[in-house]
Design a protein around this ligand. Structure first.
Ligand SMILES: [Fe+2]
Ligand SMILES: [Fe+2]
Length: 278
C-alpha cells in the first residue's frame, strides 16, 4: 500500500511555507484522503494552497484531541467544504487550560462550539472506541497507559466546577495504518505516551512490526529519565522511520536523532513523504 503524508501545519516550516505552533497532516492511503488535525489558525489552509492541495477533496477529518493547536484551524478548513465527517472522542469539548507559570493559566481548549461547527458543515462521529475508516486504517480509540514512566503533563488542566484539575486527555488518539510493510502511526500530541500509543496500535491490529511513527510526542517537558526509557523501548520495538514534530521538543528530538540516525527526521510544515521508501 502506498501512503502519502503531507504536513500542512507545524511549529516550524520548510522553505516557502508558513510555520505556526500546532499540527496538521494530510494522509492519503487506501483510496482515502484523511486530514489529521487542522493546526491552530490559517497555516494548514495557507500551506495547502501553496502545495496545490484542494481541501474540498478530503474524505474526513480526524481530531487527535481537543487542544486549540490541533482544532483551531477547523473554521478555515470547513470554509473550503460543504459537509465534512469529523471523527473524534466526545471529550474534545472539555474546557482545557495550560499552566504556563503558577500565576499564568491559559485557555487552550477547542475554540468553537459544536453548534458553530455543525452550522459550517461539520458532521461529528464521536467514539471512545477505535473507528475503522477502511479495512487498513483505524483510529486508536482511548489509548491504554501501560508503561510505568509515561504520564500526562501535569501542567495540562481542565476546569471543573470552577477549579482546575489534572487533564486525563482521554480524547488523545492517533491514526493507525496497517500496511503490509508494517504499522504507520500518526500522532497528534501523543499526550498518553509515545510507547503507549505504539502499543495500542500493535494490540488493535495484531501487527508488531512498526514502519513509521510521525507527529508530536509531547516530550518537550519530559524528564531525561523518561526520554531515555522511551529511547530504550523504541529500540526494542524497532521503528524504520521516526518523524518528530511539534511538542516532541528540541532536547528529545536531538536525543532521538542521535540514537536513531537512520530513521529520524524532523517533520515540518511542507514535508511530503511517500511510504514505503524505496
Ligand atoms: Fe499540540
Ligand atoms: Fe495537545
Amino acid at each position: 500500500m502506498e501512503i502519502k503524508i503531507t504536513t500542512l501545519s507545524e511549529n516550524t516550516a520548510n522553505h516557502g511555507f508558513l510555520g505556526e505552533w500546532g499540527l496538521s497532516m494530510l494522509v492519503e492511503a487506501d483510496g482515502k484522503k484523511i486530514l489529521v488535525d487542522t493546526g491552530m489558525g490559517t497555516s494548514a489552509t495557507h500551506n495547502a494552497d501553496i502545495l496545490g492541495i484542494d481541501l474540498a477533496e478530503i474524505d474526513c477529518i480526524v481530531l487527535s484531541h481537543g487542544h486549540i493547536d490541533h482544532t483551531g484551524g477547523l473554521g478555515h478548513v470547513l470554509k473550503r467544504r460543504k459537509e465534512t465527517e469529523i471523527i473524534g472522542h466526545p471529550d474534545i469539548w472539555i474546557s482545557r487550560y495550560a499552566r504556563r507559570s503558577p500565576a499564568n493559566v491559559q485557555f487552550i481548549g477547542m475554540p468553537f462550539t459544536q453548534e458553530e461547527l455543525e452550522a459550517s458543515g461539520a458532521r461529528f462521529k464521536f467514539s471512545r472506541e477505535p473507528v475503522a475508516i477502511t479495512n487498513h486504517i483505524i483510529t486508536s480509540g482511548e489509548i491504554e497507559m501501560l508503561t510505568d514512566y509515561e504520564t500526562i503533563d501535569d501542567n495540562l488542566l481542565i476546569k471543573e466546577s470552577g477549579t482546575f484539575q489534572p487533564d486525563r486527555l482521554a480524547d488523545d488518539l492517533s491514526l493507525i495504518i496497517n500496511a503490509e510493510y508494517g504499522l504507520v502511526v500518526i500522532l497528534g500530541c501523543g499526550h498518553r505516551g509515545l510507547v503507549n500509543t505504539i502499543g495500542q496500535a500493535q494490540k488493535l491490529t495484531g501487527n508488531k512490526r512498526v514502519y513509521a511513527v510521525i507527529g508530536g510526542a509531547h516530550l518537550k517537558y519530559a524528564s531525561e529519565e523518561r526520554i531515555e526509557k522511551t529511547i530504550a523501548d523504541l529500540k526494542k520495538i524497532g521503528v524504520h522511520k521516526l518523524g518528530a514534530s511539534h511538542c516532541t521538543g528540541f532536547a528529545a528530538s536531538a536525543r532521538l536523532a542521535q540514537e536513531f540516525p537512520e530513521s529520524f527526521f524532523l517533520n515540518n510544515a511542507g514535508t511530503r513523504l511517500t511510504l514505503p521508501e524505496s
